[in-house]
Ligand binder design. Structure first.
Ligand code: SF4
Ligand code: SF4
Length: 206
């Protein structure tokens, strides 16, 4: 029948309109910002940099614990080119205790970012993840939306709070990698000790 779809649509709208006065499930809007719908775990907005807290309370803890090793893969792969990284000249220990470079500058222009998550997918160090923070409006259209590494750095604890399932999987993966790295280091130390012992002349003389 001509117009049947329109009538069905109007009937559905009328049902929701009338139903919203008696049923909470029919209420499709909330009085934001006083009321908020809980954020879904899979929600994603812009990326943030994960750091592992090492000395809670220390105001520079975020910097020491940043997982990012400034490999710049995300910078190269970001489709709209809104990541800007400067790599350090020196190295510091990463989460596995390995000496690594770190970013002296890590900026993301969130006015350009399209929330595609490619930076997260390509990062080999679990160092960049998607945040669900969306209230970022500012009157400074340019500088105010260029977020630096201090603004981007958020703790692993925060990551667990917003994406608990994903963060637990990442922790398990990192713990497995650390166990493998420790076992490898122990095996290398044992082999070196054995080689040193074998090289010693019998009786301990010159
Ligand atoms: S989410 Fe996409 S657009 Fe945004 S910084 Fe990452 S790669 Fe670039
Ligand atoms: S966030 Fe990951 S991919 Fe990007 S520079 Fe840091 S370690 Fe490399």
């Amino acid at each position: 029948m001509l117009g049947e779809g329109i009538l069905k649509g109007l009937a559905e709208t009328a049902k929701n309109f009338a139903g919203s006065f008696v049923s909470k499930e029919r209420l499709t809007t909330v009085e934001y910002p006083e009321d908020r719908i809980p954020t879904f775990e899979a929600a994603r907005v812009f990326p943030f940099l994960v750091y592992d807290a090492r000395n809670p309370g220390d105001e520079n803890d975020w910097e020491a614990g940043l997982r990012c090793v400034a490999c710049q893969i995300c910078e190269k792969e970001c489709p709209p080119k809104c990541i800007f990284i400067d790599k350090s000249k020196d190295k510091k220990p990463d989460a596995l205790g390995k000496q690594q470079f770190y970013p002296t500058r890590f900026d993301i222009d969130v006015s350009v970012c399209m929330s595609c998550q490619i930076c997260v997918e390509v990062c080999p160090f679990e160092a960049i993840k998607m945040d669900n923070e969306f209230e970022l409006s500012t009157t400074d259209r340019f500088g105010g939306l260029l977020h630096d590494r201090r603004q981007l750095a958020k703790s692993n604890e925060y990551y667990h709070k917003i994406h608990p399932t994903e963060a637990a999987e990442v922790d398990a993966r990192l713990a497995e990698e650390k166990a493998k790295a420790d076992a490898k280091a122990r095996a290398a130390a044992d082999a070196a000790a054995k080689a040193a012992a074998a090289a010693k002349p019998a009786g301990g003389g010159e």
